[in-house]
Design a protein around this ligand. Structure first.
Ligand code: BGC
Length: 718
């Protein structure tokens, strides 16, 4: 339909019908206008798959089998692949299944920046760098939308903490907002073409994000030209007239008094008495009709989507493999030298609760009733094969009763409770650090005689969870003590840490020869991990966030602890400003445990040469990087291009990621990558001129395989 036809359709809708379209009539759907052929609009969470269905007006799962779905790698894991094609494949699976289940908008992906390792929801986002997040979110969204399902990038904006998330006021400079916190949202909308965006719960400069004229009208609609649907986070609207008068289109919430939602009867009254104009309401309806039209909801030509096939399983396995990040492999213990074919009678001892735990059912609204979930223990057992004996010891006790979210809705009021703003979730208690001695001793005893020892611990969705943050970065359940003792007996033990946010390594940190990081990587997660450990797949994941040595090293903590003024209750001041993640560690000379972008391969791919060419007076430069696989295995490298400006009139991070590419090379193979960088990519946000500005002068160009490991440097002058 043309814009004119949509307008004509809009004109036929009565006030009451329009009101039905702009607020929830069920927990996950609005009302349609049957007489005009306008269907209801149906939502589902995201991002780890299409969420199980709840009853329309009670937080009780429908309890059927048709809402099982593929369990996808969480966004942190997808980003850790640094592989745009895999992001797009994951998006396609999500879109296809969402559409198959009759959904119109999938509430994903999430791109809030990892500002502090303590944020409970970091696993749902794409790490600490705006360029990486922007590059990965675009293909993911495009993949979803191929199936006539709208993506919904969330949570716009600055939902960087879970504690007090319904009310906290994020106080952040315009520069940090523009350079760090908005680019991934902008890319999602302008390049990814996301048809949906979700307003965040928190406040920004005193105003709730769902009421925010500057965020919604000025930036989103005017600057970025967004024409799609802006939906509130569930319960994110607090005032009818304020939210009604900005470009917030749909009011969704968690209570069953649908007519009384802010955009229900109250909005109808506000329109009737002129507090919100009919024009403003029409704008909202037009956004909804525009998206419906784009999704072919009005013309009967819609992609049916549907069930995934065996090839999707392969793609999810590939994503799970490429998300595995080998952080340390000092003695070349990985890949494990196990001969699957011959019956060597060898034993592999697997220790740790995460080896045997399924994570799909946890985490909050991203919970999934997965088709299946391969645990690391199952993956390792299959990868080792029947000629090798796999033994399991839990080693420590993970008491996971603390999950505030009722996994699969077993709690009394499920999501509603966790969202009631008057009853904020209690802050996470300090993590339990008592080691269950009986379990530990059994594991340590078994470790004495096993041929190979693999520890799989880390966090779980009691910590990596919606609704609350962590109080510290340490490993729970006494794992540090267990790992320390294990490494004394078995210095060759492989330590796998599964977590969606960086953790602090205990006193054992320097003792371990082999450390691997993996996030929650979907239903093929355990399979992918095992394949990498056994060398059946190559190690190719890279960190999307810095692993700091300790919490007090993190910029958010450091600046908060050094502040002189009294903090204001209910407000978080982003005192570190533009120095988030590696931008801080690199600029302030704070050595992290593992740097951003780091990850080892099983082969040796080095960057040999770089040239930076800029045509006279041109506004762009071409960076060519030559690399060679000098090892004896096929493998991947992620070439990362950073820029810096030593002579600058404003403060600037020492390095900022500008481009990257993942390449696979056979032994002995070389290749040349070309990156095109435009002048705009070197800009900073000038608060006086209120725009991005590229200062004239020389910029350093650094090519490396992590933000720390820069192998080649050059420069360009604009
Ligand atoms: C979460 C959103 C989610 C919504 C609907 C909220 O609690 O913050 O991410 O999409 O619930 O379940």
């Amino acid at each position: 339909m043309t814009r004119q036809q949509l307008k004509e359709l809009c004109d036929k809708i009565t006030l009451e019908e329009k009101i039905g379209m702009v607020h929830g009539d069920e927990f996950f759907a609005t009302k349609g206008v049957e007489r005009l052929g306008i269907p209801p609009f149906r939502f589902s969470d995201g991002p780890m798959g299409v969420r199980l269905d709840y009853r329309e007006d009670e937080w009780i799962p429908i309890g059927m089998t048709y809402d099982e779905s593929s369990y996808l790698p969480c966004n942190t894991a997808i980003a850790a692949t640094w592989n745009r094609e895999l992001a797009s494949e994951c998006g396609r699976i999500l879109g296809k299944e969402a559409r198959g289940r009759g959904k119109d908008m999938i509430l994903a992906p999430g791109v809030n920046l990892l500002r502090s390792p303590l944020c409970g929801r970091n696993f749902e986002y794409m790490g600490e760098d705006p360029c990486l997040a922007a590059e990965m979110v675009v293909p993911l969204i495009q993949g979803v939308q191929e199936y006539d399902v709208s993506a919904c990038v969330k949570h716009y904006a600055l939902n960087n903490q879970e504690n007090e998330r319904m009310s906290v006021n994020a106080q952040v400079s315009e520069r940090a907002l523009r350079e760090l916190y908005l680019p991934a949202f902008e890319a999602a909308v302008t390049r990814g073409g996301s048809l949906g965006i979700m307003g965040a719960y928190n406040r920004f400069r005193g105003t709730h994000c769902c009421h925010h004229g500057y965020l919604l009208d000025e930036i989103l609609r005017k600057e970025w030209g967004f024409e799609g649907i802006c939906v509130s986070d569930w319960g994110g609207i607090h005032d009818t007239v304020e939210a009604g008068n900005v470009s917030m289109d749909i009011d969704m919430s968690v209570t069953d008094d649908f007519d009384d939602y802010f955009f229900g009867k109250p909005l109808q009254e506000a329109v009737e008495n002129g507090d919100v104009s009919m024009e403003k309401l029409d704008e909202k309806v037009m956004h909804i009709l525009y998206v419906m039209n784009e999704l072919h909801m009005l013309d009967g030509k819609r992609n049916p989507g549907g069930y995934n096939d065996y090839r999707d399983k392969e793609k999810l396995l590939k994503a799970a493999e490429e998300a595995v990040t080998v952080l340390r492999n000092d003695k070349g213990i990985l890949p494990l030298a196990i001969d699957r074919e011959r019956n060597e009678g060898k034993t592999v001892l697997v220790i740790g609760d995460n080896a045997n735990r399924k994570h799909s059912v946890g985490g909050g609204s991203s919970e999934i009733k997965g088709l299946y979930e391969m645990t690391p223990l199952l993956g390792i057992t299959m990868a080792a094969g029947g000629n090798v004996k796999v033994l399991y010891e839990r080693g420590y006790e993970a008491d996971t009763n603390g999950n505030i979210w009722a996994p699969s809705g077993n709690g009394e009021n499920g999501q509603a409770d966790s969202l009631n703003s008057d009853q904020e979730q209690p802050a996470q208690e300090h993590k339990p650090d008592e080691l269950n001695m009986e379990m530990a001793e059994r594991a340590l005893k078994a470790a004495e005689t096993a041929d190979y020892v693999i520890f799989v611990g880390g966090l779980n969705h009691d910590y990596d969870t919606e609704g609350r943050d962590m109080l510290d970065m340490r490993l729970p359940y006494g794992q540090d003590e267990l790992i320390g003792r294990l490494l004394k007996i078995r210095p060759d033990a492989v330590i796998v840490l599964q977590c969606g946010t960086p953790v602090e390594l205990g006193a054992w940190a320097d003792e371990a020869a082999t450390i691997v990081h993996v996030s929650y990587s979907g239903m093929e997660g355990g399979h992918g991990l095992a394949n990498v450990l056994f060398g059946l797949a190559e190690a190719s994941g890279r960190l999307t966030f810095t692993f700091p040595v300790k919490l007090s090293d993190t910029p958010a903590e450091r600046f908060a602890s050094e502040r002189e003024s009294e903090p204001i209750k209910g407000q978080t001041d982003y005192l570190e400003d533009i120095f988030v993640g590696y931008r801080y560690y690199e600029t302030f000379g704070v050595k992290p445990r593992f740097p951003f972008g780091h990850g080892l391969s099983y082969t040796d791919i080095t960057l040999d040469a770089m040239d930076v060419k800029q045509d006279q007076g041109s506004d762009q430069c071409r960076v060519r990087v030559m690399l060679t696989n000098r090892g004896s295995r096929r493998g991947a490298q992620v070439v990362q291009i950073y820029a810096g400006k030593e002579q600058s009139t404003v403060k600037r991070p020492a390095k900022e990621l500008k481009a990257f590419e993942k390449v696979w090379l056979a032994p002995g193979e070389s290749c040349t990558l070309t990156f095109l960088l435009t002048r705009e990519q070197f800009a900073y946000y000038n608060e006086t001129e209120k725009k991005m500005v590229t200062e004239p002068g020389e910029y350093q160009i650094m090519a490396g395989i992590s933000v720390e490991n820069i192998m080649l440097t050059g420069s360009v002058t604009f």
